[in-house]
Structure formats: structure tokens, C-alpha cells
Design a protein around this ligand. Structure first.
Ligand SMILES: [Zn+2]
Length: 239
């Protein structure tokens, strides 16, 4: 199911149960882009069917917000060139070398590389773990960059935050909209999940300086800048 934010911006409904993140879509005059690849073949196929139903052109590129499986494992099924930060590409290259079997998954939980929660959902999405096929991004970008889609420019900000150090925050200035990925979320590598105080402080200041009205998170509903900043400041006050 697609939500329409504006004539140029659409995004899919996220599903907590399958850790399906929202996939973003930015329609340009010359070409369109897809933000995140989703977690599976099924999510990619549903997204492409939704685009067809809405008479929207297929995207020309996929841009990943960060390397986590739920945002990146759909890449192979898009048959599109994938763009990511250099760090995301490095993480995915590393993960492509990992063994994907019961024993290795349990080991990674024990070593805090992954959480039981994430692995349990991964196994639900991939009942046959051998089906996992990690695509290494075709184009890796260093630092910030932008893409001109013809009638609008998309800005990509490289960001090191509590959740992951390889994030891209994706800003569409003309629509005053920011795609967050999971950049506003806690780290899952700590028990309990937590924010890093310095990183959160820097993150709040970073997004405060961006002129946006709405933010679309990977998992959750669209929110106003005010609500997002209030939430993060409240979290900061608890540390
Ligand atoms: Zn994530």
C-alpha cells in the first residue's frame, strides 16, 4: 500500500510484524528513485505492483539509508543499480561473507552482533535461510551528495548516529521532507537499547538545522519536525 505525501513523494506502509520498513519513492521529471530496498523479494514485488497501480514509473536507482537487513536485503530483487554510503557498502560486503545458517545466527546473537528479536523476524521472512542473497551496492558514495531528478534535487547527508554509523538522511528541500531511515532510533547493540549521549546531541542539532516540516521514519508513522525533535530532546534529558 502506497501513501501519497505529494505529487512527487510516495511511501509504503511499514509493517512491524515483519520488520518491513517503509520504502520511499521520489518522482522526478527525468527519473525517479527508490529509498531503501525493503527486506525481501515479496516487499519489492508488492512495491513495484503498487507503483504500476498508481501509474508511477519504475525507479532508476535504489538508495539505501543504512545496511541493516530489513532495509537492504530486497536490493537483489529490484534489478536496479544500488547506491549507498561507502560504510554501508563495506558492511554489506562483510555480511555477504557471513554464513547464514542456524548456528551462525545464534552465534551472532551471543556475540551481540545481532538481536534475537531481529533474527526471529529474519527467520520468519526467510523460512529457508539459504534464500538470503546479499547484493553489494553498485555505487558507493563518500560524504554528502545530491541527485538532480530534473525538477527537484535530493540531498543525501552522511550521518553517524546512535543507531548506525553509516546512515544517509535523505532530504527533499522543495517538499520540506526528510527520510530518516532508522537514524533517529536507538542502538540495538546495547542491552537495553540505548542512545549514545554525544551522538544524540549532535543528531538533534543536525536535524534542527534542516528546514523540513515532516519526517518519514523507516519503522513508524510520518511525524512533524516538532514531534521528532521533542521526542529526541526528551530522550536526551533521560540520559
Ligand atoms: Zn536499522
Amino acid at each position: 500500500m502506497l501513501y501519497k505525501f505529494s505529487e512527487k513523494i510516495y511511501y509504503t506502509k511499514h509493517r512491524f510484524t515483519y520488520l518491513e520498513p517503509s520504502i520511499g519513492y521520489v518522482k522526478g521529471k527525468n527519473f525517479s528513485i527508490m529509498i531503501d530496498a525493503g527486506n525481501s523479494k515479496e516487499q519489492v514485488e508488492t512495491f513495484f505492483n503498487d507503483l504500476k497501480e498508481y501509474n508511477l514509473p519504475l525507479p532508476m536507482y535504489v538508495i539505501l539509508t543504512h545496511h541493516h537487513w530489513d532495509h537492504s536485503f530486497g536490493s537483489i530483487y529490484t534489478n536496479l543499480p544500488v547506491i549507498s554510503s561507502s560504510k554501508t557498502s563495506d558492511y554489506l560486503s562483510e555480511m555477504a561473507k557471513w554464513n547464514w545458517d542456524e548456528y551462525s545466527l545464534s552465534e551472532r546473537i551471543a556475540n551481540n552482533i545481532d538481536t534475537k528479536y531481529s533474527v526471529d523476524i529474519l527467520k520468519k521472512v526467510y523460512p529457508n535461510i539459504n534464500d538470503i542473497n546479499i547484493k553489494i551496492p553498485d555505487i558507493k558514495k563518500y560524504g554528502d551528495f545530491s541527485m538532480n531528478l530534473g525538477d527537484l534535487v535530493v540531498y543525501f547527508y552522511s550521518n553517524d548516529n546512535s543507531h548506525s554509523d553509516d546512515s544517509l538522511l535523505i532530504y527533499i528541500k522543495s517538499e520540506k521532507l526528510l527520510f530518516l531511515g532508522d537514524s533517529h532510533s536507538k542502538s540495538y547493540k546495547t542491552i537495553p537499547l540505548s542512545f549514545d549521549k554525544t551522538k544524540l546531541y549532535n543528531y538533534i542539532n543536525f536535524i534542527k538545522d534542516i528546514n523540513f516540516d515532516y519526517a518519514i521514519p523507516g519503522h513508524g508513522n510520518i511525524m512533524t519536525k516538532h514531534d521528532l525533535v521533542s521526542y529526541l530532546e526528551n530522550e536526551y534529558s533521560k540520559i
